[in-house]
Design a protein around this ligand. Structure first.
Ligand code: ZN
Length: 398
């Protein structure tokens, strides 16, 4: 009898601890505590992996989310599912699992948007049916009225191309999220454009010039001549970039931690003029841009870009043309899902300008203007109501 009561008590505990009223059929296996710990360790490693190789480990994020879910750690499960979906945004099973978690957490607008993606696109009848069933729940009744749903604009296309080699993970994530959140057709073109070298700016040269000028003004003529001799130069006339580098390297050597300083100078990336990249795009894709069903061509690049008056920009756009750089969104320590989130938010912002909707004034919106990477990270990677409303108006005009 006591055992029976204990068994009933356990069942009740499980029922009350359950963080989700999801259809349990979508959760198939059980994870032991040990397996959960192993998955956590694996994900910590994957977070640090280089962006190309991380893609094949997307499943680990999903498995960890499943394991957290089964161990009733729903907040942690939500985070793991979000990480996995940033790398694999068309995974309908996990879109659904996350939507149901958000639903049970009363995050109705987010849940509803994810369910819409599954209901719109998923070919698996079971998953599609489940999404549609959930969308009729009474909790969504008010949301349905409050939520701004964009019309299906998949007869309009946006093309995605690369300047130089770009990360396949970032490119496919950007394409998927633009398609889902803007409800348009997005096609990745296999072209890899080579930025014209005349567009290039080497910020190091400016720094070299300033350093050499400073050295000249702060030393006597004789000292300056001796320094030039030391680096094997007769005069400072017609200096090449390599000559300037030699002088600055020598001057760094005179400073405390000079080698470190030199290494940080040469690590400054070369940059491309964003405006000229847009002109290159326009020239190359004239044949597409004339089509009224083409919303534009967006280029992604791993190169650093700048614009007149600005040392660097994350992206630049004009009607139907845009470029997004992820050069400043990742280094060897950036978890790949963070790099994806940053790039997706910038792509949302740039695409908005390409389609000609106004700049956003909602601080948390993916399209809000960030003054720093820190501010960029504080935003949510979804479009706010103001942007959705503006898009809706724009779509009506098309
Ligand atoms: Zn917005």
């Amino acid at each position: 009898m006591r055992q029976f009561i204990r068994a009933i008590f356990c069942i009740l505990i499980i029922a009350f601890c359950s963080c989700d009223n999801a259809d349990r059929n979508i959760y198939k296996r059980n994870y032991t505590d040990e397996e959960l710990r192993q998955l956590e360790a694996k994900v910590t490693l994957i977070d640090r992996l280089d962006n190309i190789t991380a893609n094949q480990y997307t499943d680990t994020y999903f498995q960890l989310g499943d394991a957290y879910y089964q161990h009733k750690q729903c907040d942690a499960a939500t985070v793991a599912f979000e990480k996995g979906l940033r790398l694999d945004p068309w995974n309908y099973l996990y879109l659904l699992k996350l939507a149901l978690l958000e639903f049970s957490n009363k995050g109705y607008p987010k849940a509803y948007r994810r369910l819409t993606v599954v209901a719109d696109n998923c070919m698996d009848e079971k998953l599609c049916g489940l999404a549609k069933r959930y969308m009729t729940k009474r909790e969504f009744k008010d949301i349905n009225k409050a939520i701004i749903t964009l019309p299906d604009m998949r007869s309009y296309s946006l093309y995605l191309v690369s300047f130089n080699k770009t990360s396949a993970v970032l490119t496919s994530a950007v394409a998927a999220r633009l398609a889902q959140d803007f409800r348009i057709h997005v096609e990745i073109l296999s072209d890899t454009l080579i930025p014209d070298r005349k567009n290039q700016n080497d910020p190091r040269e400016e720094l070299f010039n300033e350093t050499i000028a400073m050295s000249k003004s702060s030393s006597s003529r004789a000292e300056y001549q001796t320094m030039l001799k030391q680096v094997g130069l007769a005069s400072d006339r017609n200096l090449t970039l390599a000559d300037k580098a030699k002088i600055v390297h020598y001057l760094c050597g005179k400073e405390k931690d000079g080698e470190q300083l030199w290494l940080s100078i040469i690590a400054i990336p070369e940059q491309y003029d964003a405006e000229i990249l847009l002109e290159q795009l326009e020239e190359r894709y004239k044949y597409l841009l004339g089509n009224e069903r083409v919303l534009g061509v967006l280029a992604l690049t791993s190169e650093d870009i700048y614009s007149t008056g600005l040392n660097y920009v994350f992206g630049s756009a004009r009607p139907k043309l845009g470029v997004v750089s992820y050069a400043r969104f990742m280094d060897e320590n950036t978890p790949i899902d963070i790099a994806v989130k940053r790039t997706v938010m910038q792509a949302f912002s740039t695409t908005g300008f390409m389609i000609e909707i106004p700049r956003c004034s909602t601080p948390n919106c993916a399209r809000a203007f960030p003054n720093s990477l820190e501010e960029h990270d504080r935003k949510d990677d979804i479009l706010c109501d103001e942007c959705l409303e503006n898009l809706k108006v724009k779509y009506r005009e098309l």
